[in-house]
Design a protein around this ligand. Sequence first.
Ligand code: ASP
Ligand code: MG
Length: 470
Amino acid sequence: MLKVAKFGGTSVGTAESIHKIATIVAADPEIAVVVVSATAGTTNQLQELLHNLKAGSLDKVKTIFTAIKKRHLDLVHNLSLDKERAAAEVQEVISALEHLILSRAGGPTGDYSDSFRDSLLGLGEKLSVLIVAGHLRKQTQKKIHYVRAEEVIITDDCFGCANPLSSLIQENVRTKILPYCMATSGLVITEGYLGATVDGISTTLGRGGSDYTAALLARALDDLAPEQFQLQIQLQIWTDVSGIFTADPRIVPAARPLRQLSRFVAAELAYWGAKVLHPATLLPLLDTNVDIWVKNTFATEEEGTLIQSKNSTESKVEAITLRRAQSLVTLSRVKRHDTYGFLAKIFNLLTSFKISVDHVTTSEISTSFTVYDTSLLDTAVIEKLSELAEVQIENNLCLVSMIGNNLIEIQDLLGPISKTLALIGQRHNHKYVLRSMYLGAGSNNISFLVDEKIAETIILELHRYYLEKC
Ligand code: ASP
Ligand code: MG
């Protein structure tokens, strides 16, 4: 077995947690690739730094820069790496950050291209990887080989949410990763979240994208493995909770970790709002036999969640998720009466603005959809949409999704949902409870839009009904 282990932001966040990583890696000879996130909060800080740089608030930029620098130099020191090569390497990345800042310190008139943003945001991982590599070199018997993700994860130039180019990635994994991780005691370590275009310009895979990096590497190794070594590949996502839960435990105290899940259910869960996995993580692995474990760095004795390749045949609700701050766009077809091509025009338009839509419902005279990133719904988009139809936008909605297997085969699926919604609506004296609803085509989810004021209560009640009774 060859394991790709990804460690998230909190797992690389402190000297103690990095020490835990070393213990995990040293105890398992099958871990051959390690992917790391930036230290918890650093990517947010870099984003804030960029914001202040653009605004010309150089004092704030300096404060954030100093905090990032101090945090990483403290880690180097607390892990006793001061005299190791990691210290000099970390210093180099800090200088690169300083250089990027100085190159744009001109305030609002500076050049803040999307590629500049990606090269800045990626620095968090470039720092953490060096520290973790340095510590693993010192604390384990493994032969640690650091490979820059930008040399392996080749993507298109959709900055901020770049799309991987799988055949190029596979070739890079074959030549730059496989030989090192197959060597006795060999371990390759790389950054999550980062990639580069074919021309070597830095890109990022979207926030939380380190999981996706690890999945892409596991996929490439799985494609290469049968050919060369008949190896079983496993992906491990090490985080700060003990697996994927039936609901967000901050909303539902009775939520519990799921022991096993099928690929499709896990993919839906990640997509519809369970924060543990990046939404795209499962996609490269859907048609493979790679087992995926979600485990807790801080409680290694706990089992975690196993995401299996086989699909369950049992009909049941497995989890409930919530996505906040949804905007519902409704387009009423009053301006033109095209009988065909209307949806195509809308989606082409949205594609040209790189807006991805989620929850789509359509009727004879109107079509509505939710938008995940509502900041993308700017005036330019709305003006263009208004040329095609009358546009109405409703904000402050939440998307509640019930995820599971073969939901359509649950005899009374809607009964308890409608009773719950009606009761809560009456209790809160709400004009309407349900704004929109749909049953996912794959029969793995039923989602509905509700007012954010009652969303949490709805989740609590539905969890009680579907997931707490035996
Ligand atoms: N550091 C990146 C982020 O915070 C990627 C990740 O943590 O997965 O979004
Ligand atoms: Mg994450």
